[in-house]
Design a protein around this ligand. Structure first.
Ligand code: MG
Length: 179
């Protein structure tokens, strides 16, 4: 009896038009390896560093995670799908342009960015002093208030690949709302 009720209910739900919440959240994650002699871009800002990120684009791992979080809000796939690293168009590209394109895509579909929260794990160099300009820059690209962009920097206490200064890892969460 219970099973029958459950199946009937599920069939019912599949028939009806599902309610779409006017708020959506998404998460993003990215990692890039570090290598000497490459300019470091992180959170849209140039960092004074003897090492930078190995990448097809400018390697801005924070923006890549943020783009994935924003795309995730609308189940639009990931950054690799929209900007493939096999395309010459994106070779060495400023990741701020990729972020602007993701935001434009969301707006085309009737959604705006509410806020974003980004956590960067990097052992060296120390990036704490760059956080205010990262927030300002990312907010400007997304067309939202600086108060709506959080950037947090941490080390991994010298543990793992981040701790050994082999790479950087970033997590991002974003919320979008229907216009
Ligand atoms: Mg990436």
């Amino acid at each position: 009896m219970f099973l029958f009720f459950t199946f009937a209910k599920i069939a019912d739900m599949m028939d009806s038009k599902a309610y779409v919440c006017p708020f959506r959240v998404g998460n993003g994650y990215d990692v890039h390896a570090l290598a000497p002699g490459i300019p470091m871009w992180l959170g849209g800002v140039g960092i004074d560093s003897p090492v930078g990120f190995v990448a097809h684009s400018d390697g801005d791992v924070a923006i890549h995670a943020l783009c994935d979080a924003l795309l995730g809000c609308l189940a639009l796939g990931d950054i690799g799908h929209h900007f493939p690293d096999t395309s010459d168009e994106f070779r060495g590209i400023d990741s701020k342009l990729l972020l602007a394109r993701v935001v434009a895509l969301l707006e085309e579909k009737g959604w705006k960015v509410g806020n974003a929260d980004i956590t960067i794990a990097l052992q060296k160099p120390k990036i704490g002093s760059y956080v205010p300009s990262m927030r300002r820059t990312l907010a400007a690209v997304m067309g939202i208030d600086e108060d709506c962009v959080s950037v947090k920097a941490t080390t991994t206490e010298k543990m793992g690949f981040v701790g050994r200064c082999e790479g950087c890892q970033v997590w991002a969460t974003a919320l979008v709302y229907r216009i």
